[in-house]
Write a protein that binds this ligand. Sequence first.
Ligand SMILES: NC(=O)C1=CN([C@@H]2O[C@H](COP(=O)(O)OP(=O)(O)OC[C@H]3O[C@@H](n4cnc5c(N)ncnc54)[C@H](OP(=O)(O)O)[C@@H]3O)[C@@H](O)[C@H]2O)C=CC1
Ligand SMILES: O=C1O[C@H](COP(=O)(O)O)[C@@H](O)[C@H](O)[C@H]1O
Length: 498
Amino acid sequence: MVMDNSFEPCDFVLFGTLGDLSRRKLLPSLYQLEKAELLHPETKIIGVARQDVSTEDYKIEVRKNIEKFGDKDFCEETWARMEERLQYACVDMKNTESYQVFDSVVDAKRTMVCYLATPPAIYGDICRGLHSCNIIDSSVRVVLEKPIGHDLESSKIINDQVSEYFKESQIYRIDHYLGKETVLNLIALRFANSIFATNWDHNSIDHVQITVAESVGIEGRWGYFDDAGQMRDMVQNHLLQVLSLIAMEPPANLNADSIRDEKLKVLKALRPINLSNINESTVRGQYTSGFVKGEEVPGYLEEEGANTRSRTETFVAIKADIDNWRWAGVPFYLRTGKRLPTKVSEVVIYFKRQPHNLFGDSFQNLPPNKLVIRLQPDEGVEITVMNKVPGLTSSGSMDLQKSKLDLSFSEAFSEERIPDAYEKLLLEVMLGNQALFVRRDEIEQAWNWVDSILEAWKHTNEPPEPYQAGTWGPVDSIGLLARANRSWYESKISRKKK
Ligand SMILES: NC(=O)C1=CN([C@@H]2O[C@H](COP(=O)(O)OP(=O)(O)OC[C@H]3O[C@@H](n4cnc5c(N)ncnc54)[C@H](OP(=O)(O)O)[C@@H]3O)[C@@H](O)[C@H]2O)C=CC1
Ligand SMILES: O=C1O[C@H](COP(=O)(O)O)[C@@H](O)[C@H](O)[C@H]1O
């Protein structure tokens, strides 16, 4: 694919360029954009961190990371182009004097994208530093990584610090789930298909399940994770964003604010969960040692650096209700956890059962139709339908069988590579399109709902329920649905054809 001419060059400044996120995701994604010729030939990439390294050594480091975390087939031609763009600047981000270096590394006449892949606690320092060297004007964009804050109050402080120097139209808050192809496809699926658009409410839908399961543990991030927990790490952002896209009203168009206005309305309509309903609406768990994919793994409290008395949750299940006209009486069940049997993210829409059964006693319980949207891996969409089994019977009765209409993206779009979410998001920032980024009021509304749950958990003072690594979480998460005669959709370990 070749770049559109309207795409302007920019100075892409990556703060925290030697950190984990930059090495594993951001630099390999920039490389992919380079490979696809989606970076303007004059765009520069300036890596910023506090270690004193030369640009030459920085280039060696970037190459090593792309070889390790990027494409299996490293392309020398792509690298030769990318290498030309790279430059390193050593900045102590807390020290405003240190920012004078920008006078010589960026061109004030060009668009500047400042990607803050640093701890959120220093976002304010970075904005102040950039301001001190007079480079902030309306052409500067700032990208903020999650989590923005630890709760509503701290997120307001961070957002206030950033908005002292940047207008909302210049701020791009990342939720990388919004860059996943299959999450974007939720909009296409809902609004480009009348079969779904007209059956997307309490008249047709019984309930919705959203599962984001991870087989990994905390991957050496104890310090960060133990302070956050699965609720802040995954529910406050990724799961609530997916829920909003599934539940929102049709936006008037695909402009950033049209979509974000609709998502915000959903978040505002979420029924509060507090001490009065915490036990019937939520389950939290913490993994103990076990086996994941046949490999023995330690429990959460035995992870490197662990505080053995921690009560941090590594699993959350929630029954969420949306108090609006469309979703009255339709629960949204959310479930996410670390060290579950497999990595799988999927949305399952359970349609209502037929009002009357024509097919006799042997089909007393006609199963409901299900729409399964596989977000990752093995991206695709499947619908379960009942079919007549072909053939003749002496009684003249009809035999039915459950079958699947299955659209697997890797088969249907076999020529297309599915880009990583960060590739899409980096491109959108460079294009200046905010639709896939989270607005301040959305973040705050999500914190508002999540804070109330965290507060209620604190009051109940109960520890999270243990679950063995490699299982689907605490037994009570089954009860959350069983109380309403429902059960979790059984995610398959892998559907990929070998
Ligand atoms: N890693 C991940 O998978 C994910 C990370 N995130 C978010 O991305 C952001 C970065 O995370 P991650 O890469 O894991 O963090 P790391 O700690 O690995 O990297 C942070 C980077 O910021 C630099 N830094 C920190 N303080 C200063 C300072 N005062 N002056 C100059 N440089 C500084 C660090 O430099 P030094 O090496 O010298 O300390 C390092 O390069 C965080 O907001 C995190 O929450 C979000 C989703 C996933
Ligand atoms: O933001 C985060 O997401 C990852 C999961 O992302 P995915 O794209 O691999 O599904 C999670 O492991 C991490 O803890 C969290 O910070």
